[in-house]
Design a binder for this molecule. Structure first.
Ligand code: HPA
Length: 274
């Protein structure tokens, strides 16, 4: 299996989406983790199942196909990808970064990436909403490894401000509790306590298994990136209990009303500036 981005598949997906929605011009995109659909349940519009988008369709570990919702918030057109593919699924980079590519070709200038994470910093316990200020790529790889594809940005993209300052302020105004540095690990294992100690000394505030590849590509393509992380558990070693996916899901569900209002406020704020 080839891990590198497959440009033919990206193009095929873009052509299919443009064929389905020939006139659609997107202003903002959101990528929600699997199970975060309730955060956008008040938004309605056209929906496309991931099955219908070449390169995205396989369900992987999500258990069910995700979907793309095309909606409007105060006159601003928004594409919401509900469900994301992860590097740990082992299917290569194409399904992981495809939503970003599609948002870019459909014209989106801004993208909000959301995720669940484990809290490392003392003040970021379960239920905290963190505006990502920067990231550490600890995936052991990078989606842009491989022959340079000019349509995806320069060969050596600058990363001095991946998460745009202005969007971080908007997130804080919209309901996020604090800013913090997100470290991405490949997963699918949770971390060991020794790894969390190491990440803490590296400057990481929260830890998760997603978002960084999408942020790398969106930044390389010149998009404005925002990241909102919901801390769902104390990271390993800080937590007194073993970590389980079920506990993560439970905290995510408890925090959903705040996640929902933060996302909605953020979109309304962006729409006002458009
Ligand atoms: N580690 C990695 N990913 C996560 C965690 C964690 O503690 N919690 C939610 N996603």
């Amino acid at each position: 299996m080839k891990k590198q981005i497959n440009p033919d598949l990206l193009n095929e997906a873009a052509v299919k989406l443009k064929y389905m929605w020939p006139d659609y011009k997107v202003q903002c995109g959101i990528i929600l983790g699997s199970g975060w659909g309730a955060a956008v349940e008040d938004f309605h519009g056209l929906e496309i199942s991931y099955d219908k988008i070449p390169g995205l369709g396989k369900t992987g570990v999500m258990g069910h196909a995700g979907k793309l919702l095309c909606t409007e918030v105060d006159g601003m057109s928004v594409y919401i990808f509900q469900g994301r593919r992860h590097w740990y699924e082992g299917e290569g980079w194409t399904p992981v970064i495809l939503p970003i590519y599609l948002l870019n070709v459909m014209g989106a200038k801004n993208v909000l990436l959301t995720n669940a994470s484990g809290g490392i910093r003392d003040d970021l316990g379960p239920g905290s909403l963190v505006a990502i200020s920067d990231h550490i790529n600890n995936l052991g790889s990078n989606p842009l490894i491989g022959p340079h594809i000019p349509g995806l940005g320069t060969r050596f993209p600058d990363q001095s401000e991946v998460y745009k300052k202005e969007l971080r302020s908007t997130l804080l105004k919209s309901g996020a509790d604090a800013e913090g540095v997100y470290i991405a690990t490949s997963g699918p294992t949770f971390e060991t306590p020794a790894e969390i100690n190491q990440y803490k000394s590296m400057g990481a505030d929260v830890v998760g298994m997603s978002t960084v590849p999408e942020a790398i590509l969106a930044n390389a393509m010149g998009m404005n990136v925002a990241g909102l992380s919901c801390v769902c558990n104390w990271a390993a070693g800080i937590s007194e209990h073993p970590l389980t996916h079920e506990d993560v899901n439970r905290t995510a569900a408890d925090t959903m009303p705040r996640m929902k209002s933060t996302i909605t406020n953020f979109l309304k704020e962006l729409a006002r500036g458009n």
